[in-house]
Design a protein around this ligand. Structure first.
Ligand SMILES: [Zn+2]
Length: 339
């Protein structure tokens, strides 16, 4: 959990994954035969397979998190923002954020919708859902200071401590640092894969599966496995049968989402592995959303592909919550598959 805490609390807005990448690269360098960073910033970790007719297996774990860029700086010193990824603005009231200025320094700010405080808001005002353009970040600076410190494009991420709650772990960007965690564990634990293994820590997933698209083209995998979180709607107010997945139910083997249908033979193979080894698993059908797995499937003339998901409550908020057992189950499935 120490590793997941470190990963979770790092900043990595889409296009600005360099801190996450540097950390992962340092940690796993002794567990790979070759490491490359491509033009877009994907971290490609290679392990030679033992089989004489080795196929190429690519596992994609995105490093980026939903975040913002500074759009402009007010004369009064407030930062206006542009969003990268799918936020529900109702979750963005009174949030603490971290902004990285272009000299590499981190600054803390408070994010709120500009306008009336609750004390002054009318009943009508309170019903309105603000747009991202309504939010402003207070960095405690005058206009002159803020304009000297920041410039458009400086990345902004939400701040939240990672904590454990019993069997659960919660914090920001479990989406998708849990996949980074899984990818790192796979590289450590799978000493000699049967097939050539490429674990790719990808960039810019949250804004259109961009890094997985280019890295998959470079590698040309025979088999592609995307790793991501999925919705666990096992919370008060949701109906039984509509949870998508539930926490503690094991690794989720994705049947489909709106971007891909997993390869049927791969689904069967993973189910078989899970049953033979008593690894807890559940099926996932997600009506909305897509992941890196879709890019792996559509690479060049196509690859066999599947996505494994870690069930997660409150996705795309700072209270993303996962079950430690589901993490472990996902790593075990991959270990057995790659062996
Ligand atoms: Zn994700």
């Amino acid at each position: 959990m120490k590793l997941l805490k470190t990963l979770s609390e790092m900043s990595g807005a889409p296009g600005r994954e360099e801190h996450v990448r540097a950390f992962i690269q340092k940690e796993i360098k002794d567990h790979c035969d070759d490491i490359n960073v491509d033009a877009m910033g994907n971290l490609i970790c290679f392990k030679k397979g033992s089989s004489s007719n080795a196929k190429k297996v690519m596992i994609a774990c995105h490093m980026d998190e939903i975040g913002f860029y500074v759009r402009s700086i007010d004369d009064d010193g407030f930062l206006r923002i542009h969003q990268l990824g799918g936020f529900d603005t109702r979750n963005l009231f009174a949030r603490r954020v971290r902004i990285e200025s272009n000299d590499g320094k981190f600054h803390i700010g408070n994010m709120n919708p500009a306008g009336k405080s609750v004390h002054l808001a009318s009943a009508e005002d309170r019903k309105k859902i603000p747009m991202i353009s309504d939010f402003a970040i207070d960095v405690g600076m005058t206009g002159e200071e803020a304009k000297k410190t920041f410039r458009p494009g400086d990345p902004i991420t939400l701040v939240q401590d990672f904590i454990e709650m019993g069997d659960l772990a919660t914090g920001k960007c479990m989406d998708n640092r849990v996949a980074c965690w899984i990818g790192m564990r796979v590289l450590e634990r799978v000493k000699t894969p049967k097939d050539d293994l490429y674990v790719v820590f990808t960039v810019q997933e949250e804004i259109g599966i961009r890094g997985a698209t280019t890295s998959a083209f470079e590698i040309g995998p025979d088999i592609g496995i995307g790793i991501d979180v999925t919705l666990a709607c096992d919370l008060p107010g949701s109906t039984k049968g509509d949870e998508i997945t539930c926490l503690g139910g094991g690794a989720a083997i994705k049947i489909m989402d709106s971007s891909m249908v997993s390869d049927k033979k791969l689904v069967d193979e993973f189910v078989d592995i899970a049953e033979k080894n008593n690894i807890p698993f559940q099926f996932e059908i997600l009506p909305f959303g897509g992941t890196d797995g879709a890019a792996l499937q559509r690479v060049r003339s196509g690859a066999r592909a599947l996505t494994l998901s870690v069930p997660c409550r409150n996705v795309h908020t700072v209270t993303e919550t996962i079950h430690k057992g589901d993490l472990e189950a996902t790593v075990q499935l991959l270990e057995k598959f790659l062996a």
